[in-house]
Design a protein around this ligand. Structure first.
Ligand code: PAF
Length: 282
């Protein structure tokens, strides 16, 4: 595995690979790998000739007061893990190499970016779309994998790729969970012991809500209140940022449940803002 920090060097190499007829798979990450990241690499590796893992804590997707500076990192460990997953390239640029001081071009998907996480993180998805577009341009990837924990991010990237005719296939992959149900996230590292012990109640609340819908409940407000109560009881130190039921692709809020629906939540638990979701069939 080679580590590359210079975007131009990466792009030149990837253009050469594509000219040789090789396919390139991309796993974009912000590092501090857990089993969720490794599952994306496992998925991409056999589906392409060259696998590129990117490790870049993208400053433009963090708002003022968010955890850009505190974001957990362990480059040596990540590098070893990417190598063990048989990545060909670990791309780990500095922010200054990715963004010129007069960077002025932004990619936006406003329709899908204002609700859910966009409510409290208004510039987040513009930063995500811009950096992901840059990664697509740099790597010439024909396939890229993203985790379904960030369901809104995945829906936005799919829409962006469709709207801009970017020649890359987007593959969403299932949430990887700890044994007690907590969705894996680099930000779980922020949890104290007590917070960590309560956090699985978020997933448990979503699962119980799915059962409620399967048993016939069709009113979204009732289901949202049910989730709120369950999470409130299970994570007493938590504060919900949002609890929503939305259409899985358009992310439009649902009032009456007549088709598959996505229950999505974000909960502040101590220093961590934990997100999770559940796709619910009817
Ligand atoms: O999901 C993430 O880790 C990030 O949002 C991504 C896609 C790597 C862009 O910075």
């Amino acid at each position: 595995m080679r580590t590359i920090t210079d975007p131009r060097e990466l792009q030149e190499l990837c253009i050469q690979w594509r000219q040789q007829g090789l396919t390139i798979g991309l796993v974009p990450t912000m590092g501090f790998f857990h089993a969720g990241h490794l599952s994306l690499m496992d998925y991409v590796r056999p589906r392409c000739n060259r696998m590129i893992v990117t490790l870049f804590v993208n400053p433009t997707q963090f708002g003022p007061g968010e955890d850009l500076e505190a974001y957990p990192h362990d480059f040596e460990r990540d590098s070893q893990l990417a190598k063990d997953q048989d990545a060909d390239i670990l791309f780990a640029p500095e922010a200054g190499a990715m963004y010129d001081s007069d960077h002025a071009t932004w990619v936006n998907v406003p329709d899908l970016s204002t609700g859910l996480c966009g409510g409290s993180r208004p510039i987040h998805f513009q930063g995500v779309c811009t950096v992901v577009t840059k990664l697509f341009m740099l790597t010439q990837a024909s396939l890229a994998a993203f985790g379904e924990k960030d369901w809104q991010q995945l829906a936005i990237i799919r829409r962006m790729v469709r709207d801009l005719n970017i020649p890359v296939e987007i593959h969403g992959r299932p949430i990887v969970r700890e044994a007690d149900g907590l969705a894996m996230s680099s930000r779980n590292a922020y949890l104290t012991e007590e917070e960590r012990a309560c956090a699985p109640a978020i997933h448990a609340g979503l699962e119980a809500a799915a059962a409620l819908v399967r048993n016939g409940e069709r009113d979204a407000e009732t289901v949202k209140n049910f989730i709120r109560d369950r999470i409130g009881d299970g994570v007493p130190m938590g504060r919900a940022d949002y609890i929503e039921l939305v259409e899985p692709d358009s992310l439009k809020p649902v009032r009456n449940i007549t088709a598959p629906v996505l229950a999505a939540v974000a909960v502040f638990v101590g220093r961590a803002r934990l997100i999770d979701n559940q796709y619910i069939e009817v």
